[in-house]
Design a protein around this ligand. Structure first.
Ligand SMILES: Cc1ncc(COP(=O)(O)O)c(C=O)c1O
Length: 299
């Protein structure tokens, strides 16, 4: 296990508000499947194997960290992989998709209207007919088994520290749901905070509740979803976010990705500044990886 998984972030905002801000470097745990990816895939890969599948099929946008992770997981664990990509093919392939192909993933493109059907049972049945039997992993890898894997992080964190809040970036909300579930199942009184990377992501609350309700019987009340730190929307990198990322790396020697963890940390620091956490609180922010996305921004 890498030495410095839990880092103190002595940011002046945290210090002046009496908050102990810690960063959990989930991005360092598994170089091939960094961050939340290994956790979300862990029980899905086990289920695929147990069900006798040799092929994984999943969905994602052209810059999806999830597609890259499924391709890498296929290479590492001996599955064929098919990635259904939203939109048209653009050549040369961007760095994310090039990496998927290098890891052996077959890419197929779905126009945006077709892509919208990606969760509909009839469409999924048709896909299975077209591509042959495959273990289906939804967009972003978010499903009940993914939550199981993410929930395990709570126990790992508790081996290192007590905490009052754990914060994570939210895309599909699966990682946030898994953390909230992990806290609830451990009966641990901390809150899970999600910082949405997308604009207008209020709909995620229903999705998170739909994901956790089958396990808990009722919606969890131990999580918060913050919608004000999307910096213009998914994959937008305005100068103030770029400056924040550069400053954070210069001050704390931690690289942040442009889509998720940067917004999460900017959001957490803003919440600290606004007095969201009582003095004396410990907040653990989770670095969920995503650094491969920079290759696309460099283009
Ligand atoms: C690096 C990174 N962090 C956070 C997230 C958000 O995870 P979720 O979709 O489970 O909300 C993603 C989603 O793909 C991601 O790639």
């Amino acid at each position: 296990m890498p030495a410095q998984l839990l880092q103190l972030i002595p940011h002046p905002v945290a210090i002046s508000h009496g908050v102990r801000l810690l960063l959990w470097r989930d991005d360092l745990l598994n170089p091939d499947l960094p961050g939340n990816k290994a956790r979300k895939l862990k029980y899905n890969l086990a289920a695929a194997r147990a069900q006798g599948h040799t092929r994984l099929l999943t969905f994602g946008g052209a810059y999806s960290n999830h597609l890259a992770a499924v391709a890498a997981a296929g290479r590492l664990h001996g599955f064929d992989t098919i990635g259904l990509v939203r939109g048209e093919e653009h050549t040369p392939l961007n760095p994310t998709l090039s990496r998927c192909v290098a890891d052996g993933m077959q890419l197929r493109y779905l126009d945006r209207t077709t892509y919208r059907q990606r969760s509909e049972p009839e469409f999924l049945a048709e896909i299975q007919q077209r591509f042959g039997p495959a273990y289906l992993i939804p967009e972003g890898g978010t499903n009940a088994l993914a939550l199981r894997g993410v929930a395990e992080l709570i126990g790992e964190l508790r081996q290192h520290t007590d905490f009052d809040a754990v914060a994570v970036a939210a895309g599909t909300g699966g990682t946030l749901a898994g953390l909230a579930l992990g806290l609830a199942e451990a009966n641990y009184p901390a809150r899970a905070l999600g910082i949405a990377a997308l604009k207008g992501a209020g709909f995620l609350r229903n999705e998170i509740d739909d994901l956790t309700r089958p396990v808990t019987g009722q919606p969890l009340v131990n999580y918060e979803l913050h919608l004000d730190y999307h910096f213009g929307g998914y994959a937008k990198l305005p100068p103030e976010l770029r400056a924040f990322i550069q400053g954070f790396e210069a001050d704390f020697a931690v690289p942040l990705d442009p889509i998720y963890t940067s917004k999460m940390l900017a959001g957490v620091l803003s919440l600290i500044e606004r007095g969201h956490f009582a003095p004396g609180s410990t907040v653990v922010a989770v670095h969920t990886g995503g650094l491969q996305a920079w290759a696309g921004f460099g283009q």
